[in-house]
Design a protein around this ligand. Structure first.
Ligand code: TEU
Length: 563
């Protein structure tokens, strides 16, 4: 291929530092803990590590509330620890992405503290507005926007005597990107990290940085209220292009933008040189397949999903991007565990986790593996509101109780256990030692009780494990250009059990057949070429069988064939 790029060929592994590995026994994962596991990441074969935020932060949203972009949170270590991690990764040819969280800062960031005191030069760093009063004379916020964390997107500040905007938690005030000084400061911090030698950024919640003039009310039919107004705002391309030209364009780095609420048509405006220069994005269309169309935290509708619809969504992203590229993922720190959500975490845990891995690593787009996925970690069970940590889940429960959709947590328990972001945040299961080998102290968040059987040590010792399957798939992707650059063609779009496609590059042709169900399924495509007797099996999650067609695929059977 003539359009080769390292970031297209890379497999990315996401580390959620708080829950990865604790080196000092305080119960919280840390940077030296990650460094201890560089050998592990290298053995798995990943090319890039994306580190969720490790900056100084009050941790109201586990680091997505940054109070100083140029220092490391004390509980995670020091900047020297971070530099050692970067060196150790680079020594093994693994690149490092940092998380760029600049839609908002922490309310403890000095910019916000200056802004709330109206210090000259900082008055306008955030969205400050006067509110109104209702019929009873009580104060009301400046508009009807809702927060992703529940409740209003506005909080009244007694010191400044005005309201400030926060699309997320009240401890995450939104930066005012209309102010050129804000954009200058953001570019400077990006530059600071690029100069340290990192290999790029995952860019957090970036579709929300531009708010329209006058901050108009939103319609009440979406969750949160106002999203159609504040997502993809009027000046977003100007801001992103400016940031790209001043920073990323001058380095050999990759950028992956987190973009909820984004269709494939819109993606082109952001991607590539003819867009805003971003290399790829994390869209959410498949994350919405099993939740309410109003929004993920609407408890009235959830849990059902159709493979036919899933195929339709994924295939659009596989085929309609033109020259642009994107990312591919099934889970991350904001989503339930993939085997519990899209597979079967009980009878077919191993088979279905391998199927999901096969899908992830044989489709077009840079694959993102989330920590724990490679050993088939599952959802846990939250039996009370206090067992949860995530402010988004807690906020959704509180909202539903406030407006009468539920009486208490008990009414929402099943829903919460389906959607909660906390499932992904239980500590990494390294071994069958106490606390899964994650810490010698008391873990900040309960370890999933299944760690005695589901853990890295057991997985690495078993040649048939999910872990080895990931390792082999990553290796296969590195060897087969067709898996990276090949054209994707969907077969049998209406089949409710089989997800099958080919990847074709010049005269290389691979066929991937996934029986995405817990019952046997016949695979019988019309195409004569697929009936070829020469098909060889490259990788299977059952004892291999060479013939792809005219046979039955067992539950969650997934095979990569060369035609
Ligand atoms: O997530 C952004 C985010 O949650 C929304 O963009 C999205 O609209 C919503 O989840 C839809 O269901 C990022 C981080 O990944 C997350 O952990 C943070 O809480 C959030 O930003 C705030 O920084």
């Amino acid at each position: 291929p003539t359009d080769r790029e390292w970031w297209k060929e890379a497999v990315v592994y996401q580390v959620y530092p708080r829950s990865f590995n604790d080196s000092d026994g305080d119960g919280v994962g840390d940077i030296p803990g990650i460094t201890e596991r560089v050998e592990y990441l290298d053995a798995l074969g990943v090319d890039v590590v994306w580190l969720s935020p490790v900056y100084e932060s009050p941790q109201a949203d586990n680091g997505y509330d940054v109070s100083d972009y140029r220092s490391i949170a004390e509980e995670f270590g020091t900047i020297e620890d971070w530099e050692r991690l970067l060196t150790e990764l680079h020594d093994r040819d693994i690149r490092l992405l940092m998380d760029l969280v600049v839609n908002h800062t922490s309310d403890e960031h000095e910019w916000f503290e200056k802004s709330r005191r109206r210090e000259p030069g900082y008055e306008d760093y955030y969205y400050w507005r006067d509110g109104g009063t209702d019929e009873r004379g009580d104060p009301v916020p400046p508009n009807n926007w809702g927060s992703f964390m529940g409740g209003s997107a506005w909080t009244y500040d007694d010191e400044r005597e005005q309201w400030y905007l926060h699309l997320f938690d009240e401890k995450q005030p939104d930066l005012n990107w209309r102010n050129p000084d804000v954009r200058e400061d953001v570019a400077a911090l990006v530059e600071w990290w690029l100069e340290k030698g990192i290999d790029g950024f995952r860019v957090d919640a970036i579709n929300y940085i531009s708010k329209p003039e006058g901050l108009p009310d939103g319609e009440a039919d979406r969750e949160p209220t106002g999203i159609e107004v504040f997502s993809h705002g009027p000046r977003i391309h100007e801001y992103l292009r400016e940031l790209y030209d001043r920073t990323f364009a001058n380095y050999d780095v990759m950028t992956v933008a987190e973009m909820a609420d984004t269709t494939v048509d819109r993606a082109g405006e952001y991607l590539g040189e003819d867009g805003d220069g971003l290399n790829m994005l994390l869209h959410f269309e498949h994350m919405d397949v099993d939740v309410s169309p109003r929004g993920r935290f609407d408890p009235s509708e959830w849990g059902e999903w159709s493979l036919v619809e899933f195929k339709e969504i994924m295939s659009r992203w596989q085929t309609e991007l033109g020259d642009d590229w994107t990312a591919q993922y099934l889970g991350n720190h904001d989503q339930p565990r993939i085997v519990s959500r899209f597979g079967d975490d009980d009878a077919y845990r191993v088979e279905s986790a391998k199927l999901l891995a096969t899908f992830l690593l044989t489709t077009r787009g840079t694959p993102f593996v989330y920590q724990g996925e490679e050993i088939g970690m599952t959802n846990t069970e939250f039996d009370s509101l206090t067992a949860l940590d995530d402010p988004m889940t807690v906020g959704a429960v509180e909202d539903a109780v406030d407006d009468g959709r539920a009486d208490s947590f008990a009414d929402l328990r099943e829903f919460v256990n389906y959607v909660s972001r906390d499932h992904a945040r239980t500590p990494m299961q390294w071994s069958d030692d106490e606390h899964a080998g994650f810490t010698t102290g008391t873990p900040w968040f309960d370890v999933n009780g299944n760690y005695p059987t589901i853990n890295v040590e057991a997985a690495r010792a078993d040649e048939d494990s999910i872990w080895h399957h990931y390792r082999r798939l990553i290796d296969l992707r590195h060897r087969e250009d067709a898996l990276v650059y090949g054209e994707y063609d969907l077969l049998l779009p209406d089949d409710e059990q089989i997800y099958a496609y080919t990847r074709t590059l010049d005269d290389e042709r691979l066929l991937i057949v996934l029986n995405w169900s817990d019952e046997s399924a016949a695979f019988d495509p019309d195409e004569a070429a697929l009936r070829s007797a020469n098909a060889t099996t490259l990788l299977s999650n059952y004892d291999s069988e060479a013939t792809p067609v005219g046979r039955t695929f067992r539950p969650y059977e997934s095979v990569v064939f060369r035609l």
